[in-house]
Design a protein around this ligand. Structure first.
Ligand code: NAD
Ligand code: UFG
Length: 336
């Protein structure tokens, strides 16, 4: 199939492009490069030995998006493009609503105009809100607690309304848990600008001496060792979940929501200890106060995705840490 990836040079999009190309699909990427770089195109091509088409544009520019659909044969869209920093969304909510929601409305209107009605949307476990029974299933109550999370929830609601009005759409909403890790080649991975907010990229920078020490936010949660527990999923497993979703769309699946997680929760200390096995104990840490807005523990039930997408996460915590370290070392050496 010919698949358009919005935000396809970003962290999850680039790994998905690789898996789609490996599965024999053709890939067209649009990205405004606000959180990625053009080199990623070459790296995807180097890994796969295949070409992708790239157009630098912004989903908020409707004429440009219209031109992309007018000039290319597109069978399905995977919509990654979006801003994702929770803190920034609290500081600048209108930027998030404009980019994520207005951008998505443009995209959907153009898809409808050109009769392209197969969509996979990047949602997040953040839509589940707080105080839930674990594991989280797709039927667990939703309730986002920050502007970023609300953009995901509002888009999910918009997609349900769109599908009700036009059932010729096939829409898969994927709720990602905590994506981490990098491609085995070590040439694509997660490289956030500035100081990372998320655990794994922070640990990675401590492991190579770019940052001094990790602050573990709280060791007094009601969890196995007092530190926060999350369902970390290897980005390559996540990427394969998108290939499985593309297969599902061709069965005329209607609208479906799937959790993409492993079903296993790891604590911050477990992640640090595993990473230290990989890097030779270089991750120093201290215990710091809890971070505002964090919850103690959440992890997925991936059963619905296992059953209906015939997909299962295969990579373990060791592989998540090892691939992250490998990528971090390569990035460091490249910049020397
Ligand atoms: P990323 O920032 O690495 O990738 C997003 C890409 O979209 C970037 O390349 C960016 O340049 C591009 N982009 C942003 N706004 C755009 C616009 N208006 N027009 C065109 N391109 C635009 O993020 P990621 O981690 O790959 O996340 C991909 C999607 O998955 C996002 O929608 C994100 O909200 C969602 N998600 C991510 C996580 C995570 O922890 N990484 C978790 C759950 C959901
Ligand atoms: N943590 C630390 N120190 C750090 C960073 C994180 O101890 O420097 C802890 C957090 O307190 C939490 C765990 O590590 O217990 C994971 O934190 P992350 O910031 O890596 O991930 P979150 O679960 O907080 O949130 C991430 C994204 C959200 C997304 C969610 C689910 O930031 O946007 O995963 O996909 F919604």
């Amino acid at each position: 199939m010919n698949i358009l990836l919005t935000g396809g040079l970003g962290y999850i999009g680039s790994h998905t492009a690789v898996e789609l190309l490996n599965a024999g699909h053709d890939v067209l990427v649009i990205d405004n490069l606000c959180n990625s770089s053009i080199d990623v195109k070459d790296r995807i091509e180097e890994i796969t030995d295949k070409q992708i088409q790239f157009i630098e544009t912004d989903i908020r520019i409707k004429e440009d998006i219209d031109n992309v659909f007018a000039n290319n044969k597109i069978d399905a869209v995977i919509h990654f493009a979006g801003l994702k920093a929770v803190g920034e969304s609290v500081q600048n909510p209108l930027y998030y609503y404009e980019n994520n929601i207005a951008g998505t409305i443009n995209l959907l209107q153009v898809m409808q105009k050109y009769n392209v009605k197969n969509l996979v949307f990047s949602s997040s476990a953040t839509v589940y809100g707080t105080c839930q029974e674990m594991p989280l299933s797709e039927d667990s109550p939703t309730g986002a607690v920050n502007p970023y999370g609300r953009t995901k929830l509002f888009i999910e609601e918009m997609l349900k309304d769109l599908y009700t009005s036009d059932p010729s759409f096939n829409i898969i909403i994927l709720r990602y848990f905590n994506p981490v890790g990098a491609h085995d080649s070590g040439i694509i991975g997660e490289n956030p600008r500035g100081i990372p907010n998320n655990l794994m990229p922070y640990i990675a920078r401590v492991s190579v001496g770019i940052l001094d020490e990790l602050s573990i936010y709280g060791d007094d949660y009601d969890t196995k060792d007092g530190t926060g527990v999350r369902d970390y999923i290897h980005v390559v497993d996540l990427a394969c979940g998108h290939v499985a979703s593309i297969d599902k769309l061709s069965e005329n699946c209607g609208l479906a929501i799937y959790n993409l997680g492993t079903g296993t929760g790891y604590s911050v200390l477990e992640v640090v200890n595993e990473f230290n096995k990989v890097c030779g104990g270089k991750v120093k840490y201290k215990i710091a106060p809890r971070r505002d807005g964090d919850i103690a523990e959440y992890y997925a039930s991936p059963k619905k995705a296992n059953d209906e997408l015939h997909w299962q996460a295969k990579k373990d915590l060791h592989s998540m840490c090892e691939s992250t370290y490998n990528y971090q070392i390569k990035e460091l050496n490249k910049n020397k």
